[in-house]
Write a protein that binds this ligand. Sequence first.
Ligand code: NAD
Length: 481
Amino acid sequence: MTTQGQLLIGGEWTAGTKGSTFDTRDPATGEVIGTAIEATSADVDAAVEAARRAFNDPAWRDMTPAARGRLLWRIADLIEENAAELAQLESADQGQSVGFATGTMHGAAEMFRYYAGWPTKITGVTSPVSVPGMLHYTRREPVGVCALITPWNFPLAIAVWKLAPALATGNTVVLKPAEQTPLTTLRLGQLLLDAGVPAGVVNVVTGGPEVGKALVNHPGVDKVSFTGSTEVGREIVRASAGNLKRVSLELGGKAPSIVLKDADLSAAVMGNLFGGLVNAGQACAAYSRFYVDSSRADEFVEKLAGAVANFKVGPGSDPETMLGPLVTAEHREKVESYVRSGVEAGAEIVTGGKRPEALGNGYFFEPTIFTNVDDSMAIARDEIFGPVLPIITYDSPDDLVERANNTDYGLVACVWTQDVARAHRLAHQIRAGEVYINTYPQLDPAAPWGGFKASGWGREMTEEALNSYTETKGIWVNIGS
Ligand code: NAD
């Protein structure tokens, strides 16, 4: 059975103005599992107008903080109640295992619960101005209509990272999921209506880059929150200049994972394996270049290859699966071209490097370990976004910080050592938004998420995200002397 998606505009599901559709496929089989509408620019206009009307509607604008908090909590409950169905849908559309997707659905519910607590706690200040007879205070007010544009790797989770703080602060939204994976976002649209989100507060438009561009260029949009590639992030910055939209960007990464001589190697192997192969390596935070002390490199590679050999590659619907398919056939070709480039540059494949046999028409690729890698190779520099683990050995730790920082990206880094002081020193010196010590990447609504350098602008989660969805207004009152 395939799902027929529509657009959500002004609280109604609609086929839009043109009705052209595109297919979405199960990456484990290559089969079409749904269709969605390619929104036209007229549909985008309608969605932005609906969001503007809802922004000015007292039903939303004047909703009390307590009521807003309760609404967010109801959304969380509905996500949780429907977690099993959402996880099946995410797995079928994106490829990740159902078990993993179930975890991300509960994480999404927790994100809404975290932000449900905030509307009653967003305060301004009274300002100690030195002008006689004046009272000054500040309010934090919503930015307005926000375009939320998301990628295909964690479709529902990333939509929620943006939606929850946007709604907690009273904004209205036009949400555009990635064209490869629209299904859970469409389902979320219905859950939002069921929870009682007023018509037009959240609109969902589906389609490809043209739909994203129409939103980013739209004079009726006040803010863009984008997660995706660095290249598109740059385009968005340029396109947003017209009405000087507020822009938040969560972009690519090329996370170094540094294994020092004194590391607990068993922990480092398992942590790096999960950190590198999470969602088949299709994660912006994935560890994707491994600096390993040369005196421990053989042992590390041997243990890593041994663990990879037990990694079951298969469809996300199989509970035994540890590594699902890549999201599309084109993306697998991109990963394969990186693997070829590694071989041509002189790196050696220890294991993997090809499509697994006997897995049908799915877009599977074996987990691949490279040795004999140096910093200049494309596999050590570019974001591959696949299950490829390049091992770079080092003799001296003296220039590790410089090598870790020698990248345009700065999202995530990791250090494995038992020397606590050294771990903290390295964590302070590495230019990345998140540094993990002796663990694979973790996420929590109470921990800021985002990158340095070309990995983005701003932070998601925490109070920082709330600030990015509000403007500060100062109010002067002449109270006389
Ligand atoms: P992408 O940049 O190709 O597309 C992301 C979204 O932007 C899609 O919805 C797409 O339709 C839309 N889009 C494409 N061109 C556009 C344009 N010119 N204007 C407006 N919208 C446009 O990225 P992707 O391939 O879907 O996702 C993979 C990338 O996302 C990787 O680089 C990854 O690192 C990054 N990512 C970052 C984070 C983070 O938190 N930093 C999280 C997940 C993914």
